[in-house]
Structure formats: structure tokens, C-alpha cells
Design a protein around this ligand. Structure first.
Ligand SMILES: [Zn+2]
Length: 193
């Protein structure tokens, strides 16, 4: 698994997968990735979405032992969980839409935790046990997002730059240039589908 880029600037203190449990030493599955900056570091959302849960993860919430948690559902329905937060950010309110980069909370050590860190977990839905590899998921998700061109941006490029250039090329009788501009416009339309 390659996580180059997605957790840049963070120290990974415990990866996703099997590990020795920090409390009893037995082999157990780590359902997220542990990331460290510094205590009370303001944590930006890795992806945007709707806040499903914000607050202390008590028994029966699906976040027992997680301390203060913010859970955000992305466009594909996957849920990004930020756990052991020192505190939840004011903007992270249940039902509210969060943008990528918005501060969701502050690095802490609430709940079942041995020291200040962010436990970042991605689940297929809100239910405990539906976890996926967070680094791999994030990498794929962000790549897909980057490849999609916003239709408004596409129209601006075509109307402001390509159409006048095409008229100019036609007026000059430059067929090669005109074909090239038409090809560019077609590529832009494909990228925004
Ligand atoms: Zn963890």
C-alpha cells in the first residue's frame, strides 16, 4: 500500500492492520491509522461531506472508547472518523456540510488512548466494523476528485479562451490551429462528464 502524499506532514505512529494491542499486547486489528502532529493541532478534514456524528463516543454510538469524535460522510457514502480529539471544532455540527480543509477538531487523547494522536478511520458506513484501509481509500478518492473538471470551469475556459481563439484561427484560415482548439474543447468536455 502506498500512502505517498495523503498523510504528508503527519507522523504515522501506528498503521492500519494487525498490530500488538497497546493496552494488553495481544494481536489485534487496528481499524484506522494513528497520526501525530502535536497536541491540540487543528485537524483539517481530509475530505468534505456531511457531519453524521460530533461529540463524545459513548457506548452504543459505534464510537465507544473513541473519545471525542467527528464522523463525516463523503459523496460516496463512506464515513471519515476523527477520534480521540481533545475537543470538537465549533463548525463540526451534526447535519452540517464540511469542506475539505475545514478544521474538524483538535488532536488529543480522549477515550481509550495512550497519548495525544489522531485516530483516523474510514468506514463503508457509520457502523463499527465496516472499516477500510484509510490511506488507500483517501489516495483513490482524491485522485478521482482531481480528474473531474467542474462544468463551470470548463465553460469559462471554452467561452473566454477557446471560442475567441477558434474564431481568430478561422479568420486567419489556419485549419491546423482550428482543429487543435476543437480537440482541446472536446477533451475538456470529456473531463467534466
Ligand atoms: Zn488508532
Amino acid at each position: 500500500m502506498s500512502v505517498t502524499g495523503v498523510f504528508d506532514g503527519w507522523t504515522i505512529t501506528s498503521p492500519y492492520g494487525y498490530r500488538a494491542d497497546p493496552f494488553n499486547g495481544s494481536r489485534s486489528f487496528h481499524t484506522g491509522v494513528d497520526l501525530v502532529k502535536y497536541h491540540k493541532y487543528p485537524i483539517p478534514a481530509f475530505v468534505g461531506g456531511v457531519v453524521l456524528f460530533a461529540g463524545e463516543g459513548g457506548p452504543g454510538t459505534g464510537f465507544g472508547g473513541y473519545g471525542n469524535v467527528v464522523a463525516i460522510k463523503d459523496e460516496k457514502g463512506y464515513v471519515h472518523c476523527y477520534a480521540h480529539l481533545d475537543s470538537v471544532a465549533a463548525v463540526a455540527v451534526k447535519g452540517r456540510t464540511i469542506q475539505r480543509g475545514d478544521i474538524v477538531g483538535y488532536q488529543g487523547t480522549t477515550g481509550r488512548s495512550t497519548g495525544s494522536h489522531l485516530h483516523y478511520e474510514v468506514r463503508a458506513n457509520i457502523t463499527y466494523g465496516t472499516h477500510v484501509d484509510p490511506g488507500a481509500y483517501l489516495e483513490t478518492y482524491l485522485k478521482t476528485e482531481e480528474l473531474t473538471l467542474d462544468p463551470g470551469v470548463r465553460d469559462t475556459i471554452i467561452n473566454t479562451w477557446l471560442d475567441p481563439a477558434l474564431q481568430k484561427a478561422n479568420a486567419a484560415g489556419d485549419k491546423q490551429q482550428a482543429d487543435y482548439i476543437r480537440w482541446l474543447a472536446a477533451e475538456l468536455r470529456k473531463a467534466s462528464e
